[in-house]
Design a protein around this ligand. Structure first.
Ligand code: COA
Length: 277
């Protein structure tokens, strides 16, 4: 595994949404930071726009193979939607529809992002923040993280998309417990019910996630993309699936330069150098 300094250390981040969203890049890993620590990184409408812009840039950047999403500081990943905007922007069903339209561009970009994504979670990961984490491919959390969806404490509803991700990760029984109680729970419980992939000590979180991202970034991109596409397709209802796309992804792997490189590297007892073609 390639050793390197920590992510935040050596790339000056670019600012979006007036500095409330940050983007940085290092060694094939793009990092998106929700940066509103005074509100535990609650996500505002403007931040959704910034997230969409960053994801577009990372999608087009061949130097980015994996994207890590994280929150600024040590207290929160994202504490949910910015409730201070609810009075103006989400006060009834009509306003909610307009809010959904404004934020759905960023949501769709995250859901359909073409490269692997990892949520690096420290502290509060609540409501819309947990929904963001659930839209990523892998969730790694520090042992001091807290999770929850307080919809029932606010009086709001989650749509099909939001709950589809939750139910597919934790099953209906755990999803009901989370939604009906709205209570917060810790990282060990989140791990036990399958909401997150791993729990690590807070001081190890950044390095652990960076090394994991590097492992994925150094693997054959077409193979990782095929797995990602196929697993996502399996989570759709059967009639929504696109078997032709899965078949194309498989053909792309078996006909790739990288597959030849993978075989040659194994026989020559060296590390493969994959190019994504
Ligand atoms: N939207 C807007 N502001 C938020 C916020 C959110 N989702 N979450 C936290 N904040 C703000 C608080 O209002 C507070 O602002 P203030 O300093 O101006 O009073 C600041 O962030 C610090 O939060 P505070 O409540 O003092 O910290 P805490 O550690 O005691 O509690 C939380 C943290 C996250 C448990 C608590 O703030 C909370 O329950 N937030 C709402 C979570 C939620 O319902 N999210 C779902 C929205 S869909």
């Amino acid at each position: 595994m390639q050793q390197s300094s920590t992510l935040a250390a050596d790339v000056a981040p670019r600012e979006y949404a007036g500095g409330k969203m940050l983007a940085a890049r290092q060694d094939g890993v793009g990092v998106v930071t929700f940066n509103q620590p005074s509100k535990h990184n609650a996500i505002s409408v403007e931040m959704w726009g910034g997230l969409g812009q960053i994801l577009d840039e990372f999608a087009a950047d061949d130097g980015v193979r994996v994207v890590v999403l994280t929150g600024a500081g040590t207290r929160a990943f994202v504490s949910g939607a910015d409730i201070s905007q609810f009075e103006q922007q989400r006060s009834n069903a009509d306003a909610q529809r307009a809010y959904d339209e404004q934020t759905s561009v960023g949501r769709r970009k995250l859901a359909s992002f073409p490269k692997p994504t990892i949520a690096r979670v420290r502290g509060y990961c609540l409501g819309g923040g947990l929904a963001i984490a659930m839209q990523t491919d892998l969730r790694i959390a520090s042992s001091d993280s807290q999770f929850g969806i307080p919809a029932a404490k606010l009086g709001i509803a989650y749509g099909l998309e939001g709950l589809r991700n939750l139910v597919s990760l934790v099953g209906p029984a755990n999803a009901r417990m989370i939604m009906y109680t709205g209570e917060r729970f810790g990282a060990e419980e989140a791990l036990r019910i399958g909401l997150i992939n791993r729990v690590v000590a807070p001081e190890d979180l950044e390095t652990h996630v960076f090394e994991l991202a590097q492992i994925i970034a150094n693997n054959a991109p077409l193979s990782v993309a095929a797995s990602r596409l196929t697993i996502n397709q399996l989570l759709l209802d059967a009639q929504e699936r696109d078997p032709a796309a899965v078949a194309r992804a498989s053909v792309a792997c078996f006909d790739s330069e990288d597959y030849r490189e993978g075989r040659a590297a194994f026989l020559e007892k060296r590390k493969p150098r994959f190019k994504g073609r």
